[in-house]
Design a protein around this ligand. Structure first.
Ligand code: FAD
Length: 656
């Protein structure tokens, strides 16, 4: 995303009471000696994604080197940038040992409110399930998260983080990467078995490899972080055509430290140097909050949003993650959260390959699994953008129709798309999955992220509230369901011991209906039956989860057999992975986007295309024909009468 520099209003420290931390530069040993060393993994970029993958690798005792051109967190100042972090990211950070810090610091909002003009047209509640460990979305300035990740890296102690080490070029070799680095003391060269390019939207690694693709710039937004005294409901407020910013959209969300994030659309062709002047910024904020409001601006600037995805995320020993690999507008928090899922997907695979427990082919599954995820995120955010800023007459016509009917018609309301929140991608067709051999009516299918269900952890017959992934290690996880611990067969126990002895990082946990702990396995009591229900399990069913929590395999009436072969499959020893899976054209930046997930959304898109394919003067005749045809197709006077009555009712406010 392109950033237009911020004007300075007053010291952010004055408003916030704190400043960003800075980290010391030290001349690297390699530069001092002039001797390049070969490291197992070098991460380029200590941003959100680079730090997440570095912490994951450090948790696995891999001595990772992290190179960053700056000496602080955040995006060139106290800009919140990423603000919405999804439940999935919190679960990943829990495993990395710092999720609790994000959860403690962040702000939870439960209502997602959309206005047209000054009126609410749609408000829905989130976080209605009290048994979830984390909210669906948590709001926190990205720089706080990055600081927690850096502190976690320091605690783990195995990483070598090098501040003010700017990577100037990278050369890809078949079995390693060569990195040229610029520091305040000059230049030096280092090498790595694997290089993870996490250097963001303007990736130097991407440029070095000649992979730069055209960006599709989309829309421009003025953004500011504001500390305000006026009370505002703790909700996500999104306005379409608000009275304080006519003809455009605006967004308001509370983050940590009493700071609110405001986003105001300024349009594709806007003059950004004018948009970010202090006068224009304050003019907009005064209109939003009212002349009497007292606020302090922490940061203000503007971003233009783009879509982009590399065709290939793996190039020999170089992997692209986060914004270096793919970019999308921020609606639904799919940029950073998607990048965190990249990190979660790659770290365990790299660990297994580096320690000789899996073949190199396992790493190809990163492309096969994460490229479609990136395309899905781009498609989802593109549709949100198109809704907020219709780019064609047909889209505007139908978007406006959805808005005008959505107050009264709950079916049409579902088409209001101001951002579909980030969720874990389903690796449905991954070659790492073992296909179900049994019939399952419910529960997460292979490739799906397993739910972190609420249970009670048993110690003898004492129980403490917990979730199934609490304090899990970084390996594979077997969840076995039983009526009681006493029902667990000797065959199952032996199978688990055999796996453990093979040296693959692995843990088995029991989920039981009767409240008594097993002496061998960590045991959870499922008093409410929720875990059995969410996993669609009966007694003696079991799941094998990958280290990233996605289902690798599941069995009914299971005695532990088949586990070894499922583990081999999940370690990339099954059929050859198709590393070219996924669509996209790196040369042109054109992306072949999949259809939306829901039928009503597909129908909406078809209608938009149909209207847009008409010349201006043919739109009304075309719609006349369409109404006639669809009306006759109902073959039911009642269905048609109901639709007519509903449409008339929807139009009532306009007719009055
Ligand atoms: C306005 C806005 C709102 C957003 N909202 C959300 C949201 O709500 N939720 C969400 O999940 N995401 C959001 N995003 C997206 C999110 O901020 C990015 O997806 C995320 O920062 C990507 O992380 P990254 O680590 O890939 O890249 P970055 O965060 O850009 O980090 C790249 C790092 O690499 C370093 N670097 C760059 N070049 C070099 C070099 N040559 N040598 C060494 N180091 C280098 C940089 O200094 C930086 O530290 C938003 C983005 C914007 C702009």
């Amino acid at each position: 995303m392109n950033e237009f520099r911020a004007p300075v209003f007053m010291s952010a420290k004055e408003v916030l009471g704190y400043d960003l931390p800075t980290y010391p530069y030290r001349m690297p040993e390699e530069q001092r000696t002039g001797q390049a060393q070969r490291h197992p993994v070098v991460v380029v970029g200590a941003g959100l994604v680079g730090l997440t993958v570095a912490v994951d690798l450090a948790c696995r005792d891999i001595p990772v080197v992290v190179l960053d051109d700056s000496d602080t967190v955040g995006a060139r100042g106290l800009s919140s940038r990423g603000v919405n972090f999804a439940r999935r990211s919190l679960e990943i950070w829990d495993r990395l040992g710092m999720g609790h810090r994000v959860a403690e610091k962040g702000v939870v909002w439960n209502t997602h409110r959309t206005y047209q003009g000054a009126d609410t047209i749609y408000a829905y509640e989130m976080n209605l399930d009290p048994d979830q460990k984390h909210p669906a979305i948590l709001a926190l300035q990205q720089y706080h998260v990055e600081q927690f990740l850096i502190e976690r890296l320091a605690e783990l102690g195995v990483a070598d983080v090098r501040w003010r080490n700017e990577v100037t070029s990278v050369t890809s070799m078949p079995d390693h990467a060569v990195v040229e680095v610029q520091t305040p003391d000059g230049t030096y060269r280092t090498e790595s078995d694997y290089l993870l390019a996490c250097d963001g939207a303007h990736s130097v690694v991407r440029r070095s490899l000649g992979l730069d693709s055209a960006e599709m710039a989309f829309d421009r937004w003025f953004i500011s972080d504001v500390k305000i005294d006026t009370p505002i409901a703790r909700e996500r407020h999104l306005w379409i055509d608000p009275p304080f910013h006519e003809g455009r959209c605006a967004l308001l969300i509370e983050m940590a430290d009493g700071v609110w994030r405001t986003d105001m659309q300024v349009g594709e062709g806007a003059d950004m140097s004018d948009a970010v002047t202090p006068e224009r910024a304050m003019e907009r904020l005064d209109r939003m909050f009212g002349d009497d409001a007292s606020y302090g601006i922490v940061w203000a600037g503007a971003y233009s949003f783009q879509f982009r995805a590399l065709d290939q995320f793996r190039h020999d020993r170089i992997f692209f993650l986060g914004d270096a690999a793919h970019e999308n507008p921020p609606f639904g928090g799919r940029g950073g959260n998607g990048g965190i899922q990249d990190a979660d997907n790659l770290a365990w695979k790299l660990d297994l390959v580096l320690n000789g427990s899996a073949p190199d082919a396992l790493l190809d599954s990163y492309q096969a699994e994460r490229h479609p995820a990136a395309i899905e995120n781009i498609a989802q955010t593109a549709r949100s953008c198109w809704f907020l800023s219709p780019q064609s007459p047909g889209r505007r016509l139908l978007r406006d129709a959805v808005l005008s009917f959505s107050k009264t018609d709950p079916d049409i309301r579902l088409l209001v798309n101001t951002g579909r929140m980030s969720v874990p991608f389903v690796y449905e067709s991954s070659d790492l999955n073992t296909t179900d051999a049994d019939l399952w009516q419910a529960g997460p299918a292979p490739g799906t992220a397993a739910p972190n269900t609420k249970v009670d952890l048993l110690d003898g017959t004492d129980a403490a509230s917990a979730h199934v992934f609490d304090a899990r290690n970084h390996g594979f996880l077997c969840l076995y369901f039983a009526e009681s611990a006493g029902d667990v067969s000797a065959e199952f126990r032996q199978a688990m011991r055999d796996i453990t002895e093979q040296g693959v990082p692995f843990e088995a946990r029991l989920i039981v209906s009767q409240k008594a702990a097993d002496p061998e396995f960590l045991t959870f009591h499922d008093a409410s039956g929720q875990a059995f229900a969410e996993y669609g399990a009966n007694a003696s069913d079991g799941y094998l989860l990958r280290p990233d929590g996605h289902v690798a395999a599941r069995w009914r009436g299971w005695d532990g057999s088949g586990m070894e072969s499922a583990l081999r499959q999940a370690r990339g020893e099954g059929p050859v992975v198709d590393s070219r899976t996924g669509k996209g054209d790196a040369g042109t930046g054109k992306l072949d986007l999949p259809d939306p997930p829901r039928d009503d959304e597909i129908l909406f898109e078809r209608l938009v295309s149909a209207v847009d394919s008409q010349a201006d003067d043919m739109v009304v005749p075309f719609l006349r024909h369409l109404v006639l045809r669809l009306g006759l197709r109902t073959q039911s006077p009642d269905v048609l009468s109901n639709a007519v009555a509903a449409s008339l009712k929807d139009l009532e406010p306009d007719l009055s």
